[in-house]
Design a protein around this ligand. Structure first.
Ligand code: SF4
Length: 462
């Protein structure tokens, strides 16, 4: 029998849909599938030794950086296997992957192509590799094979403000995105398209996770409200089937502002909080990124979520070539004023604009002059800020964020250290933080982020 090992280097502490969905397709076709999640277990040496195909799932930058470290080890442990990489970050990093012996690189809706590769290996083709494929055609999603993955209790949970933890499942109701934000890694692959997972498939997937203990589900869709009718159908169907289940989803600020009634319906269906890629509170930077919202819209979205009884968990790209130290301080001040300090993991305040291969950031006049030649090790176009103080500040904030994640430090304490750091950079004494910086928010116990560089301990663990 043809043996296939699917490997996820990292998926933010969540049980990967990107392993469970293709595992179903391959299992249905009679292949022997073994799934391995390197965020919680070591490389499966025995399985790799007998593998005919090893396919590594690259959903995000962090995972891809880890994969570059681990692929030579996979090659050594699986000397006769055909190597494949698939997922959003695979095609844009094809050059680096091919240098490590990966001859099949699949982006977009990857399941049919993984199946095709498997069929070619099973048929004994001499050169089964598919090269680089990026395909966003509609596919027929199936109920993911969750049994093939480590049990849910080994994954991150949702830590509630009262300190209790809810076992958390992970689902996807869509892939891709209809928007074209310039810095977004979804855009070079999906180019404004998105694909939905049918409601019955989502419900069946969640049902099997509820059966193994999930009390909360985190949706990994790039934007849950890309298809508002579909999203509301999913939310209602889940609530009807599991009235006690809560969930969170990612929704862009523009959609929150446009659909306040939908936000209310999500809350009524058990949504606890919405994650939103705010990125910046500087309107010039937001315009450069083509985010489709302004700083004022961010404030409106906070108010809309508050009225619906939802928490808004903003994410940021605070360090860009246009950031100033004063602008970074203004971001912290805005978080204090909006009482959102407890809703923002420290890593969010350390993110540096990532410029991946194929980035639409090059549409910005003069952007090409800001970057150095592409760096295959960091998987991006490096850039230096014209003001070295901004780069130095980013390095210090990143160090604070890494220590905070390692120590599971309270968010207020970490924020205070960042607050002090930016005031030091400005040569000012930091004002005392107000007592009320916002209520503690529900948060995932895995505090890292998809665009962040992997930490030394994440790399050492593989
Ligand atoms: S940043 Fe969000 S809304 Fe913009 S293209 Fe990416 S996924 Fe879509």
């Amino acid at each position: 029998m043809t043996r296939i090992v699917l490997i996820s280097p990292y998926e933010l502490g969540r049980q990967p849909f990107g392993l469970a969905q293709p595992a179903r397709w391959l299992d249905d076709a009679g292949f022997e599938v073994r799934c391995s999640d390197l965020s919680i277990e070591r490389l499966p040496a025995d399985a790799l030794a007998g593998a005919d195909i090893v396919a590594v799932y690259l959903a995000m930058h962090t995972a891809t950086r880890i994969a570059l470290e681990v692929l030579p080890k996979i090659r050594a442990l699986a000397p006769r296997a055909v190597l494949c990489a698939y997922g959003l970050y695979a095609p844009v990093n094809a050059r680096a992957l091919r240098r490590l012996g990966v001859e099949t690189v699949i982006g977009g809706e990857y399941e049919p192509h993984l199946l095709k590769l498997a069929e070619r290996v099973r048929a004994g083709e001499t050169h089964p590799a598919l090269g680089v494929v990026s395909d966003t055609s509609k596919i027929a999603f199936r109920t993911p094979l969750r049994d093939a993955l480590p049990p849910l209790e080994r994954y991150a949970g949702l830590v509630m403000p009262d300190g209790t933890t809810r076992p958390t499942g992970f689902a996807e109701a869509s892939r891709g995105c209809k928007h074209l934000c310039r810095h977004c890694p979804v855009v070079p692959v999906y180019e404004g398209r998105f694909r939905i997972v049918p409601v019955d498939v989502v419900v069946a997937d969640v049902a099997q996770q509820v059966a193994t203990g999930a009390r909360h589900v985190s949706f990994g869709d790039p934007d849950f409200l890309n298809g508002p009718t579909h999203a509301l159908r999913v939310a209602r169907a889940l609530h009807d089937a599991f009235p006690q289940l809560t969930f969170d989803a990612t929704v862009k600020i523009e959609h929150i502002v446009r659909y306040p009634g939908h936000v209310e319906q999500l809350a009524e269906s058990g949504c606890l909080f919405l994650v939103s890629a705010v990125e910046s509170i500087d309107d010039d930077i937001l315009a450069r990124l083509a985010k489709g919202h302004t700083a004022r819209d961010f404030e409106r979205a906070v108010a809309i979520c508050g009225s619906a009884g939802l928490q808004l968990t903003p994410t940021f790209v605070p360090f860009t070539p246009w950031t100033t130290v004063e602008g970074f301080r203004a971001l912290l001040e805005r978080l204090i004023a909006l009482r959102l300090v407890e809703s923002v993991p420290a890593v969010q305040l350390s993110i540096r604009l990532l410029v991946p291969s194929g980035s639409h950031l090059f549409e910005i006049d003069g952007f090409a002059d800001l970057v150095d030649p592409f760096d295959d090790d960091m998987l991006g176009w490096p850039w230096r800020h014209p003001d070295p103080e901004v780069d130095a500040l980013q390095v210090r904030i990143q160090a604070i964020a890494e220590v905070a994640a390692e120590r599971e430090e309270p968010r207020r304490r970490t924020f205070e250290r960042i607050w002090t750091c930016v005031h030091d950079a400005l040569g000012e004494a930091p004002p005392a933080l107000p007592a009320d910086i916002g209520a503690p928010a529900p948060m995932h116990s895995e505090p890292w982020y998809c665009c962040a560089e992997p930490t030394a301990s994440q790399l050492a663990a593989v």
